[in-house]
Ligand binder design. Structure first.
Ligand SMILES: Cc1cc2nc3c(=O)[nH]c(=O)nc-3n(C[C@H](O)[C@H](O)[C@H](O)COP(=O)(O)OP(=O)(O)OC[C@H]3O[C@@H](n4cnc5c(N)ncnc54)[C@H](O)[C@@H]3O)c2cc1C
Length: 483
């Protein structure tokens, strides 16, 4: 059948992670699938998100290590690098990954790829570039974009978002204002500071990374401040204006006081909004709100044959969740009955902020557990207690584990420190498989590894099992053995 003829099993709108995984999965199972993308194949993660940001973070980490080389017994030295070349390297790394998401690859998998902006014309048909395409099922995977806060004059000043900074920042600015102290603002703020830019982060909340417990966010705050990042908490930008070649932002603190920031560049990283406006969802009868398309636990919209996956589905915004959504959607579309369909599950959903130190999280943090009235025991192991972290001079941070009160059932884990994003997965698997801290403790971990952090948390738990009464019995047994 020709590309634009006849009925599709599935039409996927958006070739980001959610759309790509859905399209590849459906085609792999023998379905006839069309994938529509209005911009770059790969969506945010590849082009304007995870991949370029992590590539820059990698260079920035090395630059910082050279700057701090005395820590490793070397002569102190200033790193020598060309700002633009660090960005060039990021683009080269990104280009290395890009073929995985390319139109050619997807066509080779049997997916019909259309380049253009899609909108619904009915619950059973979409239009792209004047072509009407019908399908039995649709998957909306249109993702999200940077929200531009309501700041007087913002439309008259140049600013970067994640969609422009990786390709359009052509030379090193002396100073930059980063609007937003969430994961994106903190990651990019630290990168730019390490590349020698004077960074100010403007954060409306009273802490960085508001989703994390405050003791966790404070470790990052102290690190950023050590690296000369200025952070303004409880403050909002009110007006923005050009000031010669630079940008002036007038800010208001919660206590009513005001201050002014001047910089050569402005980066807006103040939240995300869903890409729904161009979809004409009303024509499809699909309900949505300001967070995205409204879905049930099977990821079906108000029109049960239309699904949504990834950022647009209105919950957490992570590539791995977009991927997990897509797998659920592929399966659910194939199932003839609702009772055979799979629910999405986010109880064990890890996430990582790739700052230095990294911050990795799964399940409950303390604040959330307290809010939900969940009784817990807390086990904290500082990285200083992990020999490998000490010999690597990487001992900033800790693991903090919440276990169900008087039990070893893991409720949530936050790890702050080098390699936290990799270390968290032992706990992720334990939570998913229902493995408790006792088993983690009795699992032999190679010495000396960062992974011993998990075993040490297990040891801490085990020590709480040694009640004074049990200890008395053991003491008696030892005494008896000495006779
Ligand atoms: C700077 C930054 C760093 C990030 N780092 C991480 C990280 O380290 N780890 C992590 O897990 N997540 C990270 N994220 C989040 C991650 O990028 C997103 O969660 C992920 O890309 C969501 O995938 P998606 O498929 O839902 O949407 P997207 O990747 O946004 O893809 C949606 C696609 O749909 C297209 N589209 C939209 N409307 C239409 C239309 N009407 N017609 C046709 N096409 C359309 C868009 O052009 C886009 O290509 C980061 C995000 C940013 C911004």
């Amino acid at each position: 059948m020709k590309k634009d003829e006849g009925m599709y099993n599935v039409i996927v709108i958006g070739a980001g992670t959610a759309g790509l995984v859905t399209a590849a999965g459906t085609a792999g199972l023998g379905g006839r699938v069309a994938l529509i993308e209005r911009n770059l194949m790969g969506g945010d993660c590849l082009n304007f998100g995870c991949v370029p940001s992590k590539a820059l973070i990698s260079s920035a980490r090395l630059i910082q290590q050279i700057r701090e080389s005395k820590k490793w017994g070397l002569d102190g030295q200033e790193p020598r690098f060309v700002f633009e070349r660090v960005f060039e390297r990021m683009r080269t790394r990104r280009a290395k990954i890009a073929p995985n998401d390319s139109q050619e690859r997807f066509e080779s998998l049997g997916v019909d790829v259309f380049r253009g902006e899609a909108h619904f014309i009915s619950p059973h048909e979409i239009e792209v570039d004047g072509q009407r395409l019908p399908a039995k099922n649709f998957v909306i995977g249109t993702g999200s974009r940077a929200a531009i806060p309501k700041i007087e004059g913002i439309d008259k000043v140049p600013y970067f978002t994640n969609e422009t900074i990786f390709d359009e920042l052509k030379e090193k600015p002396e100073r930059i204002i980063v609007l937003g102290g969430g994961p994106i603002g903190c990651e990019l703020g630290q990168v730019l500071a390490r590349l020698g830019v004077k960074v100010t982060i403007l954060q409306r909340a009273s802490q960085l990374l508001p989703r994390e417990d405050s003791d966790v966010a404070e470790v990052l705050q102290r690190q950023l401040e050590r690296e000369d990042v200025r952070i303004e908490f409880g403050a909002e930008a009110k007006t923005a204006a050009r000031n010669g070649n630079s940008v002036r932002v007038d800010c208001l603190r919660k206590d009513g006081s005001s201050f002014q920031l001047n910089a050569d560049a402005l980066l807006v990283a103040a939240g995300r909004i869903p890409n729904i406006d161009k979809l004409n969802l009303d024509a499809a009868g699909v309900r949505f709100n300001k967070r995205g398309v409204i879905v049930n636990e099977y990821l079906q919209t108000s029109q049960l044959h239309i699904y949504a996956a990834g950022d647009i589905a209105g919950s957490f915004q992570f590539t791995h969740l977009a991927d997990a959504h897509a797998r659920v959607v592929v399966r659910n579309i194939l199932m003839p009955l609702q009772l055979l369909r799979q629910k999405t599950e986010t109880a064990v959903l890890p996430w990582v902020t790739y700052t230095d130190p990294e911050i990795a999280h799964v399940g409950f943090g303390e604040r959330e557990a307290q809010k939900s009235n969940i009784a817990y025991d807390l086990f904290v192991v500082p990285l200083e207690e992990v020999d490998r972290a000490v010999v690597e001079s990487e001992e900033i941070g800790f693991a903090k584990v919440l276990a169900a009160k008087d039990s070893d059932k893991i409720l949530g884990v936050t790890i702050v420190g080098a390699r936290a994003g990799d270390l968290i997965h032992e706990f992720v698997l334990a939570m998913k498989a229902g493995i408790g801290l006792g088993t983690v403790a009795s699992t032999i971990h190679a010495y000396p590894t960062f992974a011993e952090l998990a075993r040490k948390v297990g040891d801490k738990y085990n020590r709480t099992r040694l009640t004074p009464r049990a200890k008395k019995v053991f003491t008696w047994l030892y005494k008896r053995a000495r006779r």
